[in-house]
Ligand binder design. Structure first.
Ligand code: ADP
Ligand code: ASP
Ligand code: MG
Length: 408
């Protein structure tokens, strides 16, 4: 008998009508003799609503209490789904993350899964139940509720699939697969039949929120067969995340990702001497702030400028650290920064065997008069930072120049 873990996102369970629809879909799979574990998100908008509510009471909500609160969204969904399944005559049972015992570390609001006790689920499946599990949550060693970061239900699903040795993990969402870029921005975007783990990992980490990055990491590590599909269409193969060998015949560039979540800071007129990068970024790292791209210019007259990007939500905190701790200490001329930037990236394993991708990219942006503020590359991606107001234009232009547009 095959065992499938299915995950339905917020839009897919956005109303009681849609939850009933999900129940009908599950009934269909079950009637084919498949065992089903179903992971659900909170109804769309609910997690945002809960976070906003918390902020009305405490400007920076206590992370532990915030997790107690936001985890309730998924708890409502699993109960409603179980009821909808029962209404169709299907044996169903729901579990929150802590009830399953999805053990995580104690990093509230961004916890990592350490271990899953799958015994109860297995016993229920063997007894003919469909098991509904709340996504996005777990419990730490001392019994506190934790959550896995925004979009974390994807990771719950993949982790359960790994723990149960499921035949496939299916992520049902409001698009019918992974596209060459977000179809909301570029209507010409094409659905990919397959994408490699490496590429999906880059796309997710560079801003494509169709899958949470940790879910892709998990699937790669535990060899989970992972597929993205539409919860609104009856048929369709969706997009299968594969290993590279299976994918010889592919385009050089597979997709374009973008991200508005970053901010850029420049420390002006710093002495060009050993240890300066450490003196600037050491205090930033000590404050647990992740740095993404870094540029240090060639110095002249013994001075240089030093720029880097961080998550936008950390902008004020990082500026404070630099102005109060770093600037006086190293004698920099000034600290400037802005959060109206965006990162646009082209991703593809084909880059390994092709030259000239960067120059094609830079020429296309130049022809549109888009200034590149920063560049970073890896073996399979090139990222640029541009003014936020040019982000959508940059994505569209690159989508076209790399021949990703849908040809009708
Ligand atoms: P869910 O609530 O089901 O988890 P998400 O909103 O998290 O859904 O993810 C689906 C959304 O991801 C799509 O509606 C789409 O706008 C967006 N998206 C971003 N990049 C891509 C991409 N490359 N392919 C498909 N969808 C993408
Ligand atoms: N409900 C959570 C969120 O909105 C988790 C998820 O949907 O995956 O981020
Ligand atoms: Mg999601």
């Amino acid at each position: 008998m095959t065992l499938i873990v299915q995950k339905y996102g917020g839009t897919s369970v956005g109303s009681t009508e849609r939850i009933k629809n999900v129940a009908r879909r599950i009934a269909k799979f079950q009637s084919r003799g498949q065992q089903i574990v179903v992971v659900v998100s909170a109804m769309s908008g609910e997690t945002n609503r809960l976070i906003a509510l918390a902020r009305e009471v405490q400007a920076h909500p206590d992370p532990r209490e915030l997790d107690v609160m936001v985890s309730t969204g998924e708890q409502v969904s699993i109960a409603l789904l179980s009821m909808a399944l029962m209404d169709l005559g299907i044996k169903a049972k729901s579990y929150t993350g802590p009830q399953v015992r999805i053990l995580t570390d104690s990093a509230y609001t961004k916890a990592r899964i350490l271990k899953i006790d799958e015994d109860k689920i297995r016993a229920d499946l063997d007894a003919g139940y469909v098991v509904a599990v709340a996504g996005f949550q777990g419990v730490d060693e001392v019994g506190s509720i934790t959550t896995l970061g925004r979009g974390g239900s994807d990771t719950t699903a993949v982790a359960l699939a790994a723990a149960l040795g499921a035949d496939e993990c299916q992520i049902y969402t409001d698009v019918d697969g992974v596209y060459t870029t977000d179809p909301r921005i570029v209507p010409e975007a094409r659905k990919l039949a397959t994408i490699t783990f490496e590429e999906m990992l880059e796309m997710a980490s560079l801003g494509s929120k169709v899958l949470q990055i940790r879910s892709v990491e998990f699937a790669g590590k535990y060899k989970v067969k992972l597929r993205v599909l539409s919860s609104f269409e009856e048929e369709g193969e969706g997009t299968l995340i594969t290993f590279e060998e299976e994918n010889m015949e592919r385009a050089i560039i597979s997709g374009i990702a973008f991200n508005r979540d970053e901010a850029k800071i420049t420390v002006l007129g710093v002495p060009d001497r050993p240890g300066i990068a450490y003196q600037i970024l050491g205090p930033v790292a000590d404050a647990n702030i992740d740095v993404d791209m870094i540029i240090q210019n060639v110095g002249h007259d013994g001075m240089t400028d030093f720029s880097f990007t961080i998550n936008r939500s950390e902008f004020t905190r990082t500026m404070d650290i630099l102005k109060n701790q770093v600037q006086p200490h190293i004698g920099a001329r000034g600290v400037i920064g802005g959060d109206r930037i965006a990162k646009v990236s082209v991703v593809g394993v084909g880059m390994r065997s092709h030259v000239g991708i960067a120059s094609t990219m830079f020429r296309a942006l130049a022809e549109e008069g888009i200034n590149i503020q920063m560049i970073s590359t890896s073996e399979i991606k090139i990222s640029v930072v541009v003014d936020e107001k040019y982000m959508e234009l940059a994505v569209r232009v690159l989508h076209k120049v790399f021949e990703l547009d849908h040809v009708s």
